[in-house]
Design a protein around this ligand. Sequence first.
Ligand code: KG4
Ligand code: ZN
Length: 357
Amino acid sequence: MTENAIILGIETSCDETSVSIIEDNPDGIPKILSNIISSQVEVHQEFGGVVPELAARSHVEKIDQIAKKAIVESGINLKNVSAIAATYGPGLIVCLSVGLSFAKAMAATLKVPFIGVNHLEGHALSPKLNSKLDYPYLLLLISGGHSQYLSVNNLGEYQRLGTTIDDALGEAFDKTAKMLDLGYPGGPSVEKASKLGDKNFFTLPEPIVNKAGCNLSFAGLKTAILRITKKIETDQEKFDLAASFQKTIEDILTIKTKVAFDEFKKLNSEKSGSFVIAGGVAANKGIRKKLIELSNKYNFNPIFPDLKLCGDNAAMIAMVGLEKFKNKQFDSLDLPASPRLPLDKNAKFLKGAGVVL
Ligand code: KG4
Ligand code: ZN
């Protein structure tokens, strides 16, 4: 029997049902014993986006089997689990409730602590499953619902430096894919199509890049794409538009990340440090390459989660659970699901923002 803490994590905030078991390694990086992820892509494909009722039903149908699979694959005995961690927000309330109830029931049955985890903190700490990473660090969180620059000062201590004032970056990829009829989910299909096109063929707007600060905006880009889509006739033009979109995103992130570097340094006695890029969009190879080059130029250390840990998964939830467990930050079984749960609770709500952050 191991002495190390073992955390069982559960993620059901959107369209992935996932259960993972990780084991602490006091001398290094925690070990992922299992991380079962069941995606609902086929369920939502025909609708071109996540349908909450269908997503919740699918979580209910699958959670038992996924949990069983994760336990068997990990090789652990359930009596050695130290705590159960589950996402309690942000996300779709009907989906969050499935994982949360399952986690609370497990914690009560096994008589171990229950730990509620902010899904965004899961993304923020996801690289700790493959890299050594100390606080504070700069984080660019780019997912289907969020696009933010944050200074991660400590566990649970976030300072937002910038955020999207309209669409999230993943949403921009998904909508572009839909307009170009490239398939769902959009991010990977736009990236694939962009490789076949000429990135300089279309000139697209770069909203608010010249404004001070590191807020982001993608809505204008979407409108421009819609306008061009109506005129294009060939597959090649489609690929050119996907390539031009990918290039424009890389340019916007390059400009705004430079500003975020300066803002992070201002907060940290002019010291640079680690720059974490996390969330589903962090799987984009073009974005990865650009941000690695930029980090090297400005003396930041770029850190990404493993490709398979960029999208939603329970290992990242267990990772936060492990840090909270070590700090004895446990939650009561009354903890409600919170569809809106910002990382920086003091950050102002931005007028005009499509996403409440
Ligand atoms: O983090 P995530 O799995 O779920 C949320 O918490 O939102 O992110 C999903 C988003 C989707 O919008 C998806 O299209 C995008 O990440 N994504 C990508 C890529 N892979 C996934 N976007 C661009 N390039 C990719 N390779
Ligand atoms: Zn996510």
